[in-house]
Ligand binder design. Structure first.
Ligand SMILES: Cc1cc2nc3c(=O)[nH]c(=O)nc-3n(C[C@H](O)[C@H](O)[C@H](O)COP(=O)(O)OP(=O)(O)OC[C@H]3O[C@@H](n4cnc5c(N)ncnc54)[C@H](O)[C@@H]3O)c2cc1C
Ligand code: SF4
Length: 509
């Protein structure tokens, strides 16, 4: 008997054949729908490399399916919903199967579009993730505070990863304190592989340059993985050459070394080219088979993926849509032009934004402690910053950007899953990076023409929210330090901070 035709919708962040619905699909009896939405691409001034990455990966994926005998209906539409409606109108009353979308509101929008076209939607669990919604929800139920550490321990136990019986491997759950080494001058960092654009990617590059000439970022340096094979090569290269150094230098910043030992795997993970399980299993295998990967490296890496990545997705699921609009600290400065490449003498900002323009990526500490921190202590409207992060990074998707920016970085949710804001003065940047040595500003001064803007902004941030910090035990010490200073010093620093904020509103520093 001939099998009934299956209609499968593949979203741009679900490019994977090892999970449902594609894993059980037979080419002869399945049609695959893929949709590029012009409205989504143009909704923000997305980094040109991000547009190339997503379109090229989708088109490569469609080609691979076709090569394996699938009939792929690849549509370029104004709106995503248009594509669904048009497709279902062609297949009267069909049921469209799709893996559960991660970004908020998508499932509903798809359902409405399917209904409007007289069809229906069948949603299957999203097998790209490691943890189940029900497990997180029952863990979170009745908890006063949601903290990564306890969720992460539960998931380690559930999976048996890095466990020796009931105990964590090496005796500790978390080796965070061993993730903060600074590399010596001249430290030799391994180069990650580059994936030079093939013909298809080159044609997408030309198209993006033509359609979106004013978008942020440059295309020349594009070297991201766009296929499953590329992604596996990227994973393999990371576990063989950088995993061992990942732990010790995880928090470091080196001006001339944009990658250090980071994996760059957020890109293939967020496209679905790799599952989180692929990545973790391969890293664990490498750790087990050699004796050169220290525990702080494998634990630090598993914590990022089984811990932070999964945790953030669940936080997003729980806190949307409120978290996207949150501004609990009432910050109102417009995003300084330096974030869009405008002139600034602040070397840490200028170098991080420059790297972002060239590659569409900066590592975590630059995101959190350079770009996020500056916006936080300058009291930038967090919603504007969120949009900026969403547009400017190649690995940006709403589910991951919004909790990281609004929660972790900007404290706009007033700490619904963090205990304090990640706020720092130039002291931190000077200690953890080599930016300050060549900067026009002096990291040790708070007032005067050469003073680093971060210092006065930091203290003004503490002062501005003094009442709030007085009841936050992790901020109270800084507040006491501030209040212990001479009245005259404080006034001078606050006046300097106001001058800096005015200059930021006006053009830059
Ligand atoms: C303000 C801010 C914005 C961010 N924006 C994004 C974003 O747009 N897309 C994105 O994938 N991540 C984002 N992150 C999280 C993290 O910075 C990136 O995942 C990481 O820098 C990607 O580079 P990598 O693959 O080399 O990571 P590695 O340092 O090698 O880490 C390994 C993996 O762990 C995961 N991971 C680590 N930290 C986090 C985290 N906090 N949340 C979710 N996953 C995490 C990522 O999948 C990453 O690939 C953001 C963090 C902050 C503070
Ligand atoms: S002195 Fe200040 S502005 Fe300059 S690099 Fe250091 S922290 Fe950044």
């Amino acid at each position: 008997m001939k099998e009934a035709l299956r209609h499968i919708l593949v979203l741009g962040d679900q490019l994977n054949r090892s999970v449902e619905p594609l894993v059980s699909a037979v080419p002869e009896s399945s049609r695959v729908l893929m949709i590029e939405s012009a409205a989504l691409a143009g909704a923000l001034p997305h980094h040109k490399q991000k547009l190339v990455l997503v379109f090229s990966a989708m088109r490569h994926f469609a080609r691979e399916l076709e090569a394996d005998g699938f009939e792929v209906d690849y549509r370029q539409c104004e709106d995503f919903e248009d594509g669904v409606v048009e497709y279902l109108s062609d297949y009267d009353g069909a049921t469209l199967e799709v893996m559960r979308p991660t970004d908020w509101g998508y499932e509903e929008r798809l359902r409405e579009a399917a209904d409007a076209a007289g069809g229906s939607l069948e949603v299957v669990d999203n097998g790209l993730w490691l943890t189940a919604d029900e497990d997180f929800d029952s863990w979170a139920e009745d908890r006063k505070s949601l903290r990564l550490e306890y969720f992460y321990r539960e998931e380690r136990k559930r999976r048996g990863w890095l466990m020796e019986g009931d105990e964590p491997a090496g005796g500790e759950w978390n080796y965070d304190k061993k993730n903060r080494e600074t590399p010596d001058d001249g430290h030799d960092f391994p180069d990650p592989p580059r994936f030079e654009p093939d013909e298809l990617t080159q044609s997408v590059m030309e198209e993006v340059e033509e359609r979106f000439p004013d978008h942020f970022g440059d295309l020349e340096d594009f070297a991201w993985p766009v296929t499953r094979d590329d992604a596996l090569e990227a994973l393999n290269d990371f576990v063989e050459n950088r995993l061992a150094g990942f732990g010790p230098y995880e928090d470091a910043i080196v001006d001339e070394e944009p990658i250090l030992y980071h994996s760059l795997l957020s890109v293939p993970l967020n496209l679905g080219l790799l599952t989180a399980e692929d990545v973790c299993e391969r890293a664990l295998e490498r750790w087990r088979e050699g004796d050169d990967v220290p525990i702080q490296s494998i634990e630090g890496f598993i914590r990022q993926i089984l811990g932070w990545r999964e945790f953030m997705r669940h936080i997003y699921r729980m806190k949307m849509p409120e978290i996207r609009e949150a501004n609990g600290l009432g910050h109102d400065l417009s995003l300084p032009g330096a974030y869009w490449g405008g002139k600034t003498d602040m070397r840490c900002i200028q170098r991080s934004v420059g790297q972002l323009q060239r590659t569409g990526h900066t590592h975590h500490i630059q995101r959190l402690m350079i770009l996020g921190n500056f916006a936080l202590i300058a009291r930038v409207d967090p919603r504007e910053l969120n949009e900026w992060f969403l547009g400017c990074y190649v690995d940006a998707l709403d589910w991951v950007v919004t909790p990281n920016v609004m929660g972790m970085s900007q404290f706009a949710d007033l700490g619904s899953f963090t205990s304090k804001p990640y706020a720092a003065s130039a002291n931190y940047v000077n200690k953890m990076s080599d930016y300050c040595g060549e900067c026009r500003y002096d990291p040790k001064q708070s007032v005067g023409a050469d003073a680093c803007p971060l210092n006065s902004l930091y203290w003004a941030f503490i002062d501005h929210h003094a009442e709030r910090w007085s009841s936050n035990h992790r901020m109270a010490l800084m507040l006491r330090n501030w209040e212990r200073r001479e009245e005259e010093d404080r006034s001078e620093i606050l006046a300097k901070a106001e001058t800096v904020r005015e200059a930021l509103a006006d053009g830059g520093v």
